[in-house]
Design a binder for this molecule. Structure first.
Ligand SMILES: [Cu+2]
Length: 159
């Protein structure tokens, strides 16, 4: 039995690594959920990812939750009187055939009232569930990193 499991694990490994950090639900793909490592006393943390909708109907991200925090809000950054300011949004539309990027200075998930900080250091991952209007729920693992992913940095600067 154990041998069988080892063989199975070995067979599955390459596939797991190939799309280690991408999740699929219906026509939606959620790429590389990540969070910036913050000082241990930071009151909130933010989570980022890219949603790609390969289908021909629009969807909507209604809400998010995570066992590590009491509350999770959808936020966007807006320019107000020459100042970048973040504010809560009720939901986020995911256009058919389009991408929506959650990144620093853009849409992000704000986790408030942190209950468990044990998974918030570099190299760890914490679970988070996304609730979509049409596609349903998908639980992803958010990778905590010291460094923002390259693609996100470029995106943030381009904005
Ligand atoms: Cu925020």
């Amino acid at each position: 039995m154990l041998n069988r499991l080892i063989v199975l694990a070995a067979l599955l490994l390459p596939a797991c690594f190939a799309n280690a950090h991408e999740y699929k639900i219906g026509a939606l793909e959620i790429a590389h959920p990540w969070s910036q490592e913050l000082p241990p006393n930071a009151p909130n943390v933010a989570a980022y990812f890219v949603i790609h909708n390969s289908g021909n109907t629009a969807d909507r991200l209604l809400s998010v939750d995570s066992p590590i925090s009491a509350e999770a809000q959808l936020h966007e950054h807006v320019m107000q009187n020459d100042l970048m300011k973040m504010q809560q949004v009720a939901n986020v539309a995911i256009p058919a055939g389009g991408d929506v990027t959650f990144a620093p200075m853009a849409y992000h998930v704000m986790l408030l009232g942190l209950k468990d900080r044990s998974l918030l250091s570099d190299g760890k991952r914490f679970p988070m569930t996304l609730h979509f209007e049409k596609s349903g729920d998908v639980t992803v693992e958010v990778a905590v990193q010291k460094q923002a992913p390259e693609s996100t940095q470029k995106h943030a600067h381009a904005q």
